[in-house]
Design a protein around this ligand. Sequence first.
Ligand code: NAI
Ligand code: MG
Length: 365
Amino acid sequence: TNPSLLILPGDGIGPEVMAEVRKVIDWFGTSRDLPFDVSEDLVGGSAYDAHGTPLTDETMAKAQEVDAVLLGAVGGPKYDALDFSVKPERGLLRLRKEMDLFANLRPAQCFDALADFSSLKKDVVAGLDIMIVRELTSGIYFGEPRGIIEEGNERVGINTQRYTESEIDRVARNAFELAMKRGKKLCSMEKANVMESGVLWREVVTEVAKDYPEVELSHMYADAGAMQLCRWPKQFDVIVTDNLFGDLLSDAAAMLTGSLGMLPSASLGAPMANGRPKALYEPVHGSAPDIAGQGKANPIACILSFAMALRYSFDKGDEATRLEQAVEKVLADGLRTADLLGEEGVQPVTTAEMGDAIVAALEAS
Ligand code: NAI
Ligand code: MG
């Protein structure tokens, strides 16, 4: 049977960029004999409009069954006044929670044609291709006790950084597996110098490393890691870190490469019966209400998210590379959506023109 894919376009520019991904998916089906069983459903504000909830139980069940979920973006001003329990974001949070997606993969990849776009020097970012693996379901954002309590005559805000060995083990394994598919280099970041959870983190990661003798493992304190990430990011291949440090480091790394419209992501969970990980792929950007409906959105972040699905859910690394090279090609040819403009005299292309050009580049590959 064909691999199955649930597509949740969502709100704002979500459906616009997803329409371009559909062209790419269709191309792989007809030209590379790689057909997917695609189903499409609502999430976020559009699901609320239709069903009064940002994610129906039926859609949730579907997400648990398919090989991978591809999501556009959710949210928008129309829904800002809604009750917290039915806000569009709740749909996305429910997916992540119920699928138990504990490993968040955030690549920072710099296409040569866009190297001028970075705030860093061109030679620091040109050709950059690193991956940050952030633990997503535990750590200080979830640890107990938490809260604001009275103590003496003032209040105290409390959060607890807490990691079990098994939580560290599973995200570490995920990162080592990734490193095996990439440059076989893994850097683990924590603060073992001042945090108990960091001491345990380093111990467990070192233990897991014994199962991956081919991967070169290093450890770095997360603050030093932040410095190194800005100084010479190309020293890294895969970085694995906890929820809090990963939040900061992945946002910083994202900006090494330029526009939000270029950044894909994946969130992976435990392996299913067929050996594939539970997986949700989505662009890093939101629903961009300021440009929605105008044909201005850059579809590349969403298209590259599908490339990640090819590589990490469907074991089609070669096809993922083919797609990434098609993106590289259209950028090298000078095509730019409005968010990528900078050079003088360049006319922006529309969302659909960018999608069509990428399919044409695939066709020529
Ligand atoms: P945003 O990412 O939607 O937009 C930030 C800026 O980047 C805007 O100027 C937008 O036009 C631009 N931009 C984003 N993606 C682009 C693309 N593909 N092509 C060209 N330009 C692009 O973040 P913002 O404005 O803070 O949030 C807007 C809505 O999206 C809110 O309702 C927010 O809650 C939601 N959101 C949803 C996310 C998700 O679904 N995962 C993530 C972030 C925000
Ligand atoms: Mg963040």
